[in-house]
Design a protein around this ligand. Structure first.
Ligand code: ADE
Length: 220
């Protein structure tokens, strides 16, 4: 499941250049159960299975033996929402251990005692944390210096300044009557910049007014 996204050209090149690396651990390898089980029925009854604490504890212990400073993160819809600010914070750490749970349930003691934090990638439920882990890996990897060719592009883009991106256009200037805004071909850089800012603001007001509210709260 992880091979293809982690073998993607940008991430693969970064791995080859030694900018980052990944190690996959199968929780079943840490199960002491003869059937390599990692979940069981819930105490108190209820539907579905709950992931056992033991394989997760044994996996984290083994990883921390090699990398004591690793930050342990449980992926679950019950976690703090993931965003660009969090991606920046995590990109500065030397090691992350991403624990992919099944949503049906994880023994609460994992949350309480084993992990440093719990992260959700959005208000929807996936069957497992694996795709969520890939989202984190992709968002974080590209912020590591050297992984992307042009570091300026990262600063410019959406959410870096809590504002959506301004609209962009490229050739042709006229596509079947759909034309590019005149200002962008005017050559007046100040006017272009002002237009881009105004468009970004307009779009943010329309689509994500919550981002502007957050900005205001921070400023006051
Ligand atoms: N596992 C299941 N749903 C998830 C979500 N929304 N975010 C992170 N991990 C999850």
């Amino acid at each position: 499941m992880f091979e293809s996204p982690f073998g993607d050209s940008i991430i693969q090149r970064a791995r080859e250049e030694g900018l980052l690396d990944f190690h996959l651990h199968d929780l079943r390898d840490y199960s002491l159960n003869k059937h390599r089980r990692v979940d069981d029925t819930p105490f108190g009854g209820g539907v579905g299975m709950v992931m056992n604490i033991e394989p997760i504890d044994r996996a984290i212990t083994a990883i921390k033996k090699e990398v004591p400073e690793t930050r342990t993160i449980l992926l679950s819809p019950g976690g703090q929402p993931f965003n660009q600010k969090k991606a920046w914070e995590l990109s500065n750490l030397s090691s992350l251990t991403l624990i992919c749970g099944r949503y049906e349930g994880i023994d609460e003691r994992v949350r309480l005692h084993l992990v440093d934090e719990e992260i959700s990638i959005g208000d929807y439920v996936l069957t497992g944390g694996e795709t969520a882990a890939m989202v984190l890996v992709e968002a974080i990897s590209r912020l590591i210096p050297g992984v992307l060719g042009d570091p300026d592009s990262i600063i410019e883009e959406s959410f870096s300044s809590d504002m959506l991106e301004y609209p962009q256009y490229t050739r042709p200037r006229d596509y079947q009557g759909l034309t590019v805004p005149e200002i962008l071909v005017s050559g007046d850089h100040k006017k272009i910049r002002d237009w881009q800012r105004a468009e970004a603001l307009k779009k943010t007001e329309r689509v994500r007014p919550d981002l502007l509210k957050k900005n205001k709260q921070r400023e006051s």
